[in-house]
Design a protein around this ligand. Structure first.
Ligand code: ADP
Ligand code: MG
Length: 179
């Protein structure tokens, strides 16, 4: 089985994906990491790569190829916005979160490439990023993101711990594959 995890920023995709993979004994892949490596190979940082990605499509195409290859494997969890599209036979999960809570979570994480002064600023930056991604997905793939009807399971993580979210996914998989 392949499980793909899509969703909005701060919904807990990485956190949930890692715990889920560990519980299932699966290998975990994160497209953020893959893009980071792609940038590094070219002597760029992730922001520079994203910037190039707005004009040139090779940064996305490279990640797409990688995801299609992952689709041939088994027993993996893949965190990626578009993995549901490139690995259509996967169990497709979408994690959402109230925008303010998502921003609070991202702000607390203080990623090196993502540091903001206030919740408002964080919310605005995340919304902008989503909008930019949405446009790219539309332009390059003709995808309306996020179209929730494309997913097997949509979970609002706002009032849940990562462990609760993982258990919901595990229950869903158990029910789906036990009959
Ligand atoms: P995403 O990959 O969806 O952007 P992350 O998994 O990186 O989100 O989580 C962002 C931050 O929020 C991390 O600091 C993480 O520990 C925290 N977090 C994730 N899920 C939850 C949750 N359900 N409840 C509270 N905090 C969470
Ligand atoms: Mg993540």
């Amino acid at each position: 089985m392949i499980i793909t995890i899509s969703g909005v920023p701060g919904a807990g995709k990485t956190t949930v994906g890692k715990i889920l993979a560990k519980k299932l004994g699966y290998e975990f892949f994160s497209m953020g990491d893959i893009r980071g490596r792609l940038a590094k190979e070219r002597g760029l940082d992730i922001n520079q790569l994203n910037k190039i990605g707005e004009k040139e499509d090779w940064t996305d195409r490279k990640t797409d190829e990688y995801q299609k290859k992952l689709g041939k494997r088994n027993n993996i969890v893949v965190e990626s916005r578009l993995a549901y599209h490139f690995i259509p036979h996967s169990v497709k999960i979408f994690l959402e979160v109230d925008p303010k809570t998502g921003a609070e979570r991202v702000m607390k994480t203080e990623r090196e490439d993502e540091r903001y002064e206030s919740i408002e600023e964080t919310m605005e930056a995340l919304e902008k990023r989503m909008e930019s991604d949405r446009k790219r997905y539309k332009k390059y793939y003709g995808i309306d993101f996020p179209d929730k009807s494309k997913f097997d399971l949509v979970i609002d993580t706002t009032d849940k711990t990562p462990e609760q979210v993982v258990n919901i996914i595990l229950d869903f998989i158990k029910n789906k594959y036990s009959s």
